[in-house]
Design a protein around this ligand. Structure first.
Ligand SMILES: Nc1ncnc2c1ncn2[C@@H]1O[C@H](COP(=O)(O)OP(=O)(O)O)[C@@H](O)[C@H]1O
Ligand SMILES: [Mg+2]
Length: 228
């Protein structure tokens, strides 16, 4: 479903070129649960951004299903991003002025649903992540774990095929982080493809596959039992 071929990413900062990724190639099949690991600055977030079409590679080819992402217009890229990908970030990235419900409804605007339909779907998702009593709370009224659960509901709101999670438990206590991992495992069992950046070896051990990045290069790619 996802096929990266010889992907490179260079950032130009002043006169220097920072090569964040060099010759990265790997494929991910539908329904896989993959951990991406590696030292800070090794290029993990850059890979997730390219996978989710938040950013584009400077060399190589990215195939997503039948699309060659590298050749598409911005508009076509945005359509594929909104339809197929959901994102979860370490810092939650919720809108502080909006309630949990409104945060989850926001991305559904693209899917052509009416407002009552969006409300109903957002409510169902918030119940699924255990926030039935927090729907009208703003992010500041919620704990970190609750905020991340809102972010998961938001990531699922368009019915994505792939969830991209960048250190989703990095700002959470062990217990709150465990709840987030269990939620991701639940959606994985339902068939959602999950790619998660993590520094936590025990979380990585529960996935089906660990991709290690070092200095912008693929260091190893190991399949394992996983939790399913
Ligand atoms: N917008 C940017 N401009 C310049 N350099 C960047 C930018 N984003 C990331 N980098 C650089 O690219 C490299 C990889 O960054 P990143 O993917 O964030 O690593 P990781 O997520 O593994 O910590 C780092 O050297 C980082 O400083
Ligand atoms: Mg990062």
């Amino acid at each position: 479903m996802v096929d990266l071929r010889h992907i490179g990413k260079a950032y130009k900062v002043g006169d220097t070129n920072i090569e964040a990724l060099r010759d990265i190639s790997f494929s991910i099949g539908r329904g896989e649960y993959v951990a991406i690991m590696g030292p800070s600055g090794s290029g993990k977030s850059t890979i997730l951004h390219i996978l989710g079409i938040l950013d584009t590679a400077t060399s190589g080819t990215y195939l997503f299903e039948k699309y060659d992402i590298t050749t598409l217009s911005d508009r076509e890229q945005a359509r594929i991003r909104n339809r197929h990908f959901g994102f979860i970030f370490q810092r939650f990235n919720l809108f502080s002025e909006l309630s949990a419900m409104e945060n989850v409804m926001l991305p559904m605007g693209y899917a052509g649903l009416s407002k009552p339909q969006r409300k109903e779907r957002a409510g169902e998702l918030l119940v699924e992540v255990g926030l039935e009593n927090r729907m009208n709370h703003r992010p500041t009224m919620l704990s970190g774990g609750e905020q991340q659960r809102v972010a998961i509901a938001r990531a699922l709101s368009n019915g994505p095929d792939v969830i991209l999670a960048d250190e989703p438990t990095g700002n959470l206590s062990t217990d709150a982080g465990e709840e987030i991992i269990q939620l991701l495992e639940t959606f994985h069992r339902r068939g959602v493809t999950i790619v998660m950046v993590t520094h936590n070896p025990s979380q990585a051990a529960r996935t089906e596959r660990i991709i290690q990045i070092k200095d912008g290069r693929l260091h190893s790619d190991t399949r394992q039992g996983g939790s399913r």
